[in-house]
Design a protein around this ligand. Structure first.
Ligand code: BES
Ligand code: MN
Ligand code: MN
Length: 461
């Protein structure tokens, strides 16, 4: 049976790409208020597509962006698989750096180029095409619509802004979301030709620091040296956040960090990772970070603190002699398992407040918080997912952690009380969140085959 389905996936490769293109044309940028109609349209479009596959699909409004919830006809005695993904995308700016328009998908060098191609529309669409293949390719139509499992398909529209509405959505729909296992396809493969199951993710605290000095911008000649300059102060505060060894200089920051196990260290040392290849790809002559850890270790199991943006003072062309009244910075801290986001947020705010000199006042705005995730290795479901990757890509999968965050991953495991498998198909060089984001055609195809095989495998749970 699975062979038939996989043949169907292989045979409809090109049409699958065309359909994904329609998805990618919708600029569903969750953070831009002006894209709100596009976000809503994207949810409606997706639900419509799923209805065409014999799924019952609904668009559920939330406080902000809607969630698409779909299911096949469930049959007793079969395991229920919840699949989570997101249809929202990061902003495409700066537009001038794109070779082809972010919402005008194009194929170059064996990859689909568009905003959201890898993160996460392409991965969501791999599931959609796998569902299609089961419905059309030899599946018994009387048999729950052809799929071998009870499927709950949840695709949300706020992942890229921290999923503020998702907990409430889950509470409201807890009955419909009941499942035996959850699958999230929103992560990467280890490398081209090396598919992976991700068993850990970092968490996140994203804070904005807002400094205010004088009530208005001042002439830097008349007032320079007379008042505290919020821009100078901001730079000093930011410079204070790391020590000379690249460690985060916030009292208490590392208190709850679990030391890296030798077993994982040895496992990862065997992975085919080259720091010099990475340097070449990024046009860098050296990497940087916390002393005493390899690049992979720094990405996967060490917490960080990074400025994401700074706003202050005169930004136009030429010169304007001015002491700005205000200065602000957006700072992300990636957390590792056992660090508590709320506690880290408080430690961060306290450290900044304690260091802020007289003459400047400080306020904070929190933009998101997410816990890190760690899934125990070796479960039955994880073995089945590894089988599916083997079938999908014809390669032995590896087990890795990821440096990014999926705010709802731990929420899903905890609220549903189920194991959550992170089975994703992106590649580290996909330029997610950057200009010229792409998704390899081979990743899309292997991913679709993996999803098709995964439903068959999980039916055996
Ligand atoms: N898909 C990513 C997360 C990811 C990518 C995890 C690759 C592991 C490997 C997700 O869409 C993402 O970008 N999350 C944000 C969360 C934030 C906006 C709250 C992140 O990590 O910055
Ligand atoms: Mn994503
Ligand atoms: Mn993302």
């Amino acid at each position: 049976m699975l062979d038939n389905i996989l043949r169907q996936v292989d045979a409809s490769r090109d049409r699958a790409v065309d359909r994904l293109f329609d998805f990618l044309r919708i600029p569903s940028v969750s953070t831009h208020p002006h894209n709100k109609p596009d976000v809503d349209r994207c949810a409606e479009w997706l639900a419509h597509q799923l209805r065409g596959l014999d799924l019952q699909a609904q668009v559920h409004p939330t406080a902000l962006h809607p969630v698409v919830l779909a299911r096949n006809a469930h049959r007793p005695g079969r395991p229920t698989v919840l699949v989570y993904g997101h249809y929202d995308v990061q902003p495409p700016e700066p537009l001038e750096l794109w070779t082809t328009p972010p919402f005008g998908p194009a194929i170059r060098n064996g990859a689909i180029h568009a905003r959201g191609s890898a993160d996460d529309k392409g991965q969501v669409w791999a599931h959609v095409e796998a569902i299609r293949a089961w419905q059309q390719g030899g599946g018994e139509r009387t048999d729950g619509g052809g799929l071998p499992v009870n499927l709950v398909f949840v695709i949300e529209g706020e992942e890229e802004i921290g999923s503020p509405s998702f907990a409430a959505f889950m509470q409201e729909h807890s009955e419909e979301l009941k499942a035996d296992v959850a699958v999230i396809s929103d992560t990467n493969q280890f490398a081209r030709g090396l598919p992976a199951i991700t068993y850990g993710l970092r968490g996140l605290v994203y804070e904005e620091i807002l400094l205010t000095g004088p009530s208005h911008d001042l002439h830097s000649g008349l007032f320079g040296g007379v008042v505290a300059n919020p821009a100078n102060v901001l730079c000093e505060l930011i410079a204070s956040l790391h020590d000379a060894d690249g460690r985060v200089n916030i009292p208490g920051f590392y208190d709850d960090v679990v030391p890296l196990e030798l077993r994982e260290r040895e496992l990862w040392a065997k992975l085919p990772f080259s720091e010099s290849d990475l340097m070449r790809e990024l046009d860098l002559s050296s990497l940087a970070g916390e002393k005493g850890y390899s690049a992979l270790e720094r990405e996967w199991v060490r917490p960080t603190c990074d400025v994401n943006g700074i706003t202050t003072g005169f930004q136009g062309e030429g010169a304007k002699t001015v002491i700005p009244s205000k200065a602000s910075a957006k700072v992300s801290m990636r957390l590792v398992p056992n660090q508590n986001p709320q506690k880290i947020r408080e430690l961060f705010e306290k450290a900044i407040r304690d260091r802020c000199p007289a003459g400047v006042s400080v306020e904070f705005r929190n933009h998101s918080m997410a816990e890190a995730m760690l899934v125990p290795l070796g479960s039955k479901a994880m073995e089945l997912a590894a089988d599916a990757l083997r079938i999908g890509f014809g390669q032995e999968p590896t087990f890795m952690r990821g440096g990014g965050s999926i705010p709802v991953a731990t929420l899903i495991s905890r609220m549903l009380g189920v194991e959550t498998l992170l089975v994703g198909f992106g590649l580290p060089d996909d330029r997610a969140h950057s200009p010229n984001e792409k998704f390899d055609l081979a990743a899309f195809h292997g991913g679709t085959r993996t999803c098709a095989a995964l439903y068959a495998k999980l039916a055996g749970l």
